[in-house]
Design a protein around this ligand. Structure first.
Ligand code: GLV
Ligand code: MN
Ligand code: MN
Length: 407
């Protein structure tokens, strides 16, 4: 079997892990996530790569280069959102191994060590911090802060990591070493490449993000007896805030904002909502637009306090600045991708990626393959198998270009 065909087989194997009727649920340090990391480690061992992990759950597989050279690092994440598809993250991880195997099969050696990585907890779906593993690797979040994170069941990150489905047994800790460069291959997760009729894309920048948790407290009561004029209904206040935020982001332009999580208490048909907790996720490649939306959120909260008699607490969960891809690496990617698909466009990424964290310590660039119907974070996420294979070829060629450019 060719190295690119093996990528498809391995992706099909990973797609079984955490599968349920709503998609793939592979939360960090779940049994499914642990098995996925074990598979990655097995495949890497069988390919003769040197394995390591770190205290955040990131797993690394390295092919040696010349002594004294920092590695070229490349990969993506193995965790998913609760309704994930088979490729968001997993593709970039499996393709990283595939690219090393492809170069080996062709007898191509590199000066820099080649290091494939499976990042831990990119989605923030279990512990409310996106790019958790890559952020720790880049020193953006202290390990002590990460260790203290708590999931919805009250389990800390440290307890999950040190538990039965945590770190891999028998795999040593990676020595601290800053990579010479970072590459990430990912499905686009949007419709741009498909609409352009392209099979590959070169990422220009990754949108910045601000995520907030908002708790709105009103006054509960009987749904039949409290007059409308005497209510402090937390959900009505939240409904007004969300629709005003939706209008604000449309007015701002070149930005998106989502409220994807909302919890109502006590969540009973005939009880006035006492407390609503929701989260906002705002993104743009222009950080000023994100900051303007954050200001708007605070202004809307002040208005709701005044007009609806509710208390509101707003906590910033995370703020990641927009990141431009490194020009030298981007040129390498452009050269590799352009030879395979002359129609490949440049495009920004609205989705967040581990590359945005690694870019703070090393030059970084990304390659996209198309998503059918632009679908992602849903069970129906698909990419044509031939495009998945072409992406691995593009990554392998880009690695050779980067190896040369950084000599
Ligand atoms: C991760 O997929 C994100 O963009 O939220
Ligand atoms: Mn995702
Ligand atoms: Mn992803």
């Amino acid at each position: 079997m060719t190295a690119t065909a093996a990528v498809l087989d391995r992706l099909a194997e990973l797609a079984q892990l955490g599968a349920w009727e709503g998609g793939i649920d592979r939360a960090l340090f779940s049994a499914a996530d642990r098995t996925a990391r074990e598979r990655f480690a097995d495949w890497a061992r069988r390919s003769g790569l040197e394995l390591a992990q770190d205290r955040s759950g990131n797993v690394f597989a390295r092919r040696a280069g010349e002594p004294g050279r920092a590695p070229i690092l490349f990969g993506s994440h193995l965790d998913t959102v609760r309704t994930g598809g088979p490729y968001d993250g997993a593709y970039g991880v499996v393709a990283a191994l595939g690219a090393i195997e492809l170069l080996r099969a062709r007898g191509i050696a590199t000066v820099h060590p080649l290091e494939a990585v499976a990042w831990a907890g990119e989605e923030g779906s279990r512990f409310a911090l996106g790019c958790l593993g890559s952020g720790a690797f880049a020193g953006l979040n202290a390990q002590t802060t990460i260790d203290a994170l708590v999931d919805a069941d009250g389990t800390t990150f440290a307890a999950a990591r040190d538990g039965a489905t945590g770190l891999l047994p028998g795999v040593g800790l990676r020595a601290d070493e800053i990579p010479a460069a970072y590459l990430e291959l990912h499905v686009e997760q949007g419709p741009v490449l498909e609409h352009a009729g392209a099979r590959l894309g070169v990422v220009t920048a990754i949108a910045g993000q601000a995520r907030h948790a908002i708790v709105v407290s009103g006054e509960s009561g009987h749904a039949g007896t409290v007059p409308m004029t005497q209510r402090s209904d937390a959900l009505v206040a939240v409904a007004e805030m969300i629709s005003a935020l939706d209008a604000a982001v449309r007015e701002t332009g070149d930005a998106v904002l989502t409220v994807g999580k909302l919890d109502v208490e006590p969540n009973q048909t005939n009880v006035i909502p006492a407390r609503v907790t929701f989260r906002t996720d705002a993104r743009s490649v222009d950080d000023a637009r994100i900051d303007a939306l954050t200001e708007r959120l605070h202004a809307l909260a002040a208005a709701a306090r005044a007009h609806r008699g509710v208390d509101i607490r707003i906590d910033l969960l995370e703020r990641r600045a927009a990141v431009a891809m490194d020009p030298v690496l981007r040129a390498c990617v452009r050269s590799a991708v352009g030879a395979l698909d002359p129609s490949a466009p440049d495009l920004p990424s609205g989705a967040g990626h581990d590359a945005m964290c690694v870019a703070t310590i090393a030059p970084a660039a990304m390659i996209f393959v198309p998503s059918i119907g632009g679908q992602s974070h849903v069970a129906g996420e698909r990419t044509a198998p031939a495009d998945l294979e072409l992406g691995v070829e593009a990554l392998a060629r880009a690695l050779v270009e980067v190896d040369r450019a950084l000599r």
